[in-house]
Ligand binder design. Structure first.
Ligand code: ADP
Ligand code: SR1
Ligand code: MG
Length: 419
């Protein structure tokens, strides 16, 4: 064990740890002879164990001081586990039906024990690749985003409470800096980490690095990401951070959480749905053209924004006379002015969502970490065709986002380019 009390676990050490940890032992039935342990971490950063005992299963997640997907050559603070546990607890309090319960957190061991999200839940991205429809997805994710973002913003909080949250999550600086690099910087310059479907996208990647208007827009988004402490974000809300069945939705993995611009979370989710949309032609097999499925994805994008807008503004109405410091009731008591304020707030949030969503799409095509939606398309020419359509759409969206006023206008362009 290191002097700071940290020890990377293996299966044997994990059993010893569980025996010595009553809150986790109790969930397993406190019998340790026939525990089943599976390491299932297929994410980019951490180690995740599913442990099954006589009376149930739990998940144990441990952060090591580097990134799993790259290895020890890219060190990364293991303190990220503290921020992940903190967001799980805070978002879990605000939206308990959509966030796994934390049973145990050990700051020295950078270890979280949490609810096992049982089968038939699967990672949403895998469901989207398989062409499975989730009728409640937009409803559930919009609920999660509306509640977590509203209740951690100044629309609900006093500046005193809000600043204390901001101060705490400023500590997650290393993870924020990783995002700054891999989302807002590397794709727009030569970087040893970038890769793409070569040689087919070589010219596309070069064009990106030479597109001054795009760079101008990305700079604006990066500055907003770094400077705008609007709400406590999940920070990595892509489709592999969500586990689903047709009637349940669970949001996992908020280790990138910090106080940032709300549009970064909403854009992450919508941007990843758009990636899923453009990848569908690569997954269509004979006799299955995925036309209907593509329509379902578009409807989910549309519903996500519209339901988010409705739920978020309903929370605002409900708490308009509360202690939120953004719009004091004594100043903004005129209903017409309230409407104007809300309209402007939501329009700005919509444009942020589109901008961040586009940036998140671009990084997944030419940056360091790609997505299975495209990577699982084996034929490189086919993959590059799907990726190019997504990339071109994302570039347009990033540059032209202020010309869109309603989500159905965005969906129409996606449909036009992707059909
Ligand atoms: P990383 O931080 O490395 O991205 P994730 O939190 O995304 O790790 O977890 C990696 C994988 O572990 C997920 O894709 C999922 O399959 C599994 N997993 C994580 N948390 C849970 C959970 N609470 N219940 C069930 N499976 C989980
Ligand atoms: C090296 S970048 C790894 C990526 O994985 C996480 O899920 C985040 O999206 C991060 O950007
Ligand atoms: Mg993950």
């Amino acid at each position: 064990m290191a002097s700071d009390g940290f020890q990377p676990l293996d299966e044997k050490l994990l059993v010893d740890y569980l025996k010595a940890t009553p809150s986790l032992a109790a969930k397993l039935g406190s019998h340790f002879d026939h525990l089943e342990i599976k390491e299932v971490g297929d994410g980019n950063l951490n180690f995740v164990y599913i442990v099954t005992g006589p009376s149930g299963s739990i998940v144990v997640k441990q952060a090591l001081p580097y990134m799993r997907c790259i290895g020890e050559s890219w060190p990364m603070t293991k303190e990220r586990a503290y921020f992940e546990a903190s967001v799980l607890q805070e978002h879990g309090r605000l939206c308990p039906n959509r966030v796994p319960e934390v049973y145990h957190f050990d700051r020295k061991m950078c270890l979280i024990g949490m609810r096992y999200i049982e089968p038939p839940h699967i990672i949403l991205r895998k469901g989207l690749i398989a062409g499975v429809e989730y009728p409640l997805l937009a409803d559930h994710v919009s609920e999660y985003m509306a509640r977590t973002l509203f209740y951690t913003s100044l629309l609900y909080q006093t500046t005193t409470d809000h600043k204390s949250g901001v101060a705490k999550f400023c500590g997650n600086v290393e993870l924020c800096r990783l995002t700054e690099q891999v989302v807002f910087s590397d794709p727009y310059k030569v970087s040893e980490y970038n890769h793409w479907t070569t040689p087919y996208l070589d010219a596309d990647a070069k064009a990106l690095r030479e597109d001054d208007m795009l760079k101008l827009e990305v700079a604006g988004l990066k500055s907003k990401f770094c400077e705008r402490a609007q709400a406590l974000l999940h920070g990595d809300l892509h489709t592999s951070s969500i586990m689903v069945t047709p009637d349940s939705t669970q949001v996992i993995d908020p280790e990138f959480g910090f106080y940032g611009p709300m549009g970064y979370d909403i854009g992450a989710f919508i941007g990843n749905l758009i990636l899923a949309y453009f990848s569908q032609d690569g997954h269509a097999e004979k006799g299955e053209d995925r036309k209907l499925y593509k329509k379902w994805i578009l409807k989910t994008i549309l519903d996500t924004w519209n339901l988010f807008d409705a739920k978020f503004t309903a929370l605002w109405d409900k708490h308009k006379d509360g202690s939120g410091d953004a719009y004091l009731p004594k100043i903004y008591n005129n209903p017409e002015l309230q409407l104007l304020v809300k309209k402007r707030y939501m329009a700005n949030l919509f444009h942020d969502t589109l901008g961040f969503g586009a940036a998140k799409m671009i990084r997944r095509i030419v940056g360091v970490a790609h997505v299975e939606d495209f990577e699982s398309i084996k034929e490189a020419v086919k993959r590059s065709e799907c990726e190019r359509k997504a990339l071109n759409f994302a570039k347009t969206l990033l540059k032209e986002r202020r010309n869109f006023h309603k989500i159905n206008e965005v969906v129409s362009v996606i449909e036009y380019l992707g059909s």
